[in-house]
Write a protein that binds this ligand. Structure first.
Ligand code: EPU
Length: 355
């Protein structure tokens, strides 16, 4: 086990801000994971699990503990079972590479999740979803180290408690498990089903293959600055910075009555409505390309906060707070941040850093 010290975390995240980790271990096997956790325990250090860093905001003060950078790799073994195919993917595998491998085999189930940055192990944590699909639909089980017992366990999809951008891993059992692999199941009889209007329009009257959807989703994401292409300015982001708020139909009605045009929304069931956070942010006076110091809003999508170059976490948080304040003031709707914060969310910058 190699223990690195004082490692800057910004470069390990897509947003590219934040301070250093006191210790960092690159975890390449389950045995290595146990060893690293034991090292942290011996030194009474807090542990943080880092995957692709694509949904993470690191504070300027960094992290005074051990970061486990998950790099467990392994080849994919497709297990044919009558009408289905099961495949276990290691936590450190690149997510988009996994999606591509399934599409190449003509399997439908994750093709709409093409182009999402990050690694396989991070996907069950926030139940990654886009363009009408979420990983909860195809995950059969998640293998993880239970830090309370130091045993490896296999959790069924039901035990993972999936909901919109949520699972037990980021809510009730936060910090308890370290995901080491995820097993997915694809039903061979399933044909591509397009649920998102943008994709339906694009393939009107056609029956696209998973591979064609994979390419189309990457193109759409690229147009929204949500595909990480090195060198493109809008890419220094953590994707959607806010969740789409789910509100009661009464709140939706109040907002609709006051709005000039149609209010974009999705039916969230049980008399609830999911609003488009990007629309709320725009109506509250922000626009694509908005800048506040070195923090800003993507020039292609209002929901992505970007690091315009050299931003501190303090600057990102100042913009976040301004957006939340103005949306609240205008609509009495509280936006909830989507990326995970490593550090103190109220005081993300060191006293010395420029705000
Ligand atoms: N809109 C604007 N301005 C914009 C962009 C969008 O007003 O700049 C409004 C439009 O009315 C549009 C609506 O917002 O119709 C929805 O926009 P979009 O289809 O781009 O989706 P989103 O709700 O903003 C969600 C996910 C994305 C995911 C897309 C596609 C959340 C928080 N975000 O975004 O996920 O890729 O749908 O399914 O649920 C992520 O989580 O990091 C992420 C990128």
């Amino acid at each position: 086990m190699t223990i690195e010290e004082n490692v800057l975390l910004g470069p390990l995240t897509t947003l590219g801000v934040g301070g250093a980790a006191k210790y960092l271990v690159r975890v390449r096997s389950e045995g290595g994971l146990v060893e690293a956790v034991e090292f942290a325990r011996a030194k009474a250090l807090p542990v943080f699990v880092l995957g692709g860093g694509s949904n993470l905001l690191v504070g300027d003060n960094g992290f005074h503990g051990l970061v486990l950078r998950m790099e467990i790799a392994g080849s994919l073994a497709f297990d044919e079972k009558n009408d289905a195919v099961e495949v276990e993917a290691a936590a450190g595998m690149d997510w988009d590479g996994f999606v591509l491998a399934t599409c190449e085999r003509g399997l439908s189930g994750v093709e709409c999740l093409a182009g999402i940055p990050g690694m396989v192990g991070g996907t069950p944590v926030q139940n990654v979803g886009a363009y009408g699909q979420e990983v909860a639909e195809t995950i059969v089980s998640v293998r993880a180290l239970d830090l309370t017992t130091m045993q490896f366990v296999s959790l069924s999809a039901a035990e993972c408690g999936f909901a919109y951008r949520r699972s037990i891993f980021n809510s009730t059992a936060r910090g308890r498990y370290v995901v080491t692999s995820v097993t997915f199941r694809f039903d061979r009889r399933l044909r591509v089903e397009l649920r998102y209007a943008e994709l339906q329009r694009r393939f009107e009257g056609q029956s696209p293959t998973p591979m064609e959807v994979y390419q189309a989703v990457r193109e759409i994401r690229h147009g929204k600055g949500m595909l990480l292409v090195p060198g493109e300015a809008d890419c220094r982001s953590a994707g959607s910075f806010f969740k789409n708020p789910v509100v009661s139909s009464a709140v939706f009605q109040r907002i609709s009555d006051a709005a000039e045009g149609a209010v974009p929304y999705w039916d969230a069931g049980e008399g609830k409505v999911k609003l488009a956070a990007a629309w709320l942010v725009e109506q509250a006076g922000f626009h694509k390309g908005f800048a506040m110091g070195r923090a800003g809003i993507s020039s292609s999508h209002t929901l992505a906060v970007v690091n315009r170059g050299g931003a501190t976490a303090g600057e990102i948080v100042a913009l976040r707070d301004e957006i939340v304040r103005r949306v609240e003031e205008r609509f009495s709707v509280q936006l909830e941040q989507e990326p995970v914060i490593l550090g103190d969310s109220r005081r993300l910058s060191s006293p010395a850093s420029s705000l």
